[in-house]
Design a protein around this ligand. Structure first.
Ligand SMILES: [Zn+2]
Length: 98
């Protein structure tokens, strides 16, 4: 098998896991790699970090289910939007023309 494809959804899962616990080194590296290549996930990683800071120390944070859901929904929406744009890659600036 080739190496597992890292989807935005998977990355979000890992990020949310990481909110409460340290990831193993391998997952951490994969997540970082994805964050460098994916602006949407990088953005949400930052937002998540800020939110966690508000809850207190990162030592024992439990991400509220409502936040988990919201972050995931946003990330998936962003990813979907990117997917649909990817189809128009031939024309970098899609313009609505009728
Ligand atoms: Zn992503």
């Amino acid at each position: 098998m080739m190496k597992e494809e890292m989807t935005c959804e998977r990355v979000m899962d890992l990020l949310l896991e990481r909110a409460g616990e340290i990831l193993d080194a391998e997952s951490d590296a994969v997540v970082r790699e994805h964050l460098e290549a994916c602006a949407a996930c990088a953005h949400w990683a930052q937002a998540l970090k800020a939110a966690i800071r508000m809850f207190g120390t990162a030592a024992r944070v439990e991400v509220p289910p409502s936040l988990r859901r919201r972050v995931r929904e946003r990330v998936m929406a962003d990813a979907e939007e990117r997917e649909s744009h990817r189809a128009d890659r031939a024309s970098p600036i899609p313009e609505e023309e009728s």
